[in-house]
Design a protein around this ligand. Structure first.
Ligand SMILES: Cc1cc2nc3c(=O)[nH]c(=O)nc-3n(C[C@H](O)[C@H](O)[C@H](O)COP(=O)(O)O)c2cc1C
Length: 170
């Protein structure tokens, strides 16, 4: 699939088929995370891939009871390990992880799967469930699986509402 098609077909999937993701497909998807750019090439992304049903159920509760988190055959806890702020004032870790996550999301679409970013979760609870040390940042969760729903209409601002030229004009 062309990259632009994958970008257009990606949506937040909140209903998954009761079908596991085979290891070959899963590894193919995860491997593209490695290719993401990162600040100083820190590659400050670590992924805890969860397929165990009971653990997914616990993560769903930690994700403010979002039931589809338990339904997805794979839940990935996306973490960063380094406390480093760029000169611009932004932290490197969450940005690095976010880029790698979107690589995963687009690779998933290209192979017929779907994902949903999960930011509504309690990190301390996720740490406890997955034995993640306290100094590690759990940046986001990502659900992954075969979609059981259809892509809804994309609601986005028009280009001229988000882009201006030469000087700030919003
Ligand atoms: C950082 C981030 C956190 C998000 N957290 C959640 C979440 O906790 N639960 C959820 O159902 N969707 C979550 N989403 C999905 C957004 O609601 C979704 O991307 C947005 O509404 C646009 O829809 P689309 O992804 O289908 O294009 C999150 C997305 C991002 C990027």
């Amino acid at each position: 699939m062309e990259l632009l098609d994958a970008v257009k077909k990606r949506y937040s999937c909140r209903a998954y088929q009761d079908k596991p993701v085979d290891e070959t497909t899963l590894n193919k998807i995860l491997d593209v995370a490695r290719l993401a750019p990162s600040a100083k090439n820190f590659q400050d992304w670590r992924f805890v891939v969860v397929t165990d049903k009971q653990t997914r159920a616990e993560l769903s509760i930690a994700a403010a009871n979002q039931a589809f988190v338990a339904q997805a055959p794979v839940v990935i806890a996306c973490c960063s390990t380094i406390n480093h702020w760029m000169r611009c004032g932004q932290p490197t870790g969450s940005i690095d992880v976010a880029i790698a996550m979107e690589h995963i999301a687009l690779a998933a679409v290209s192979l017929g799967l779907a994902t949903c970013w999960i930011g509504s979760f309690f990190p301390d609870e996720v740490r406890k469930i997955l034995h993640i040390p306290t100094h590690i940042h759990v940046v986001e969760l990502l659900t992954l699986g075969w979609p059981a729903d259809k892509q809804p209409e994309m609601k986005r601002l028009p280009l001229d509402a988000i882009v201006c030229r030469e000087k700030w004009a919003f």
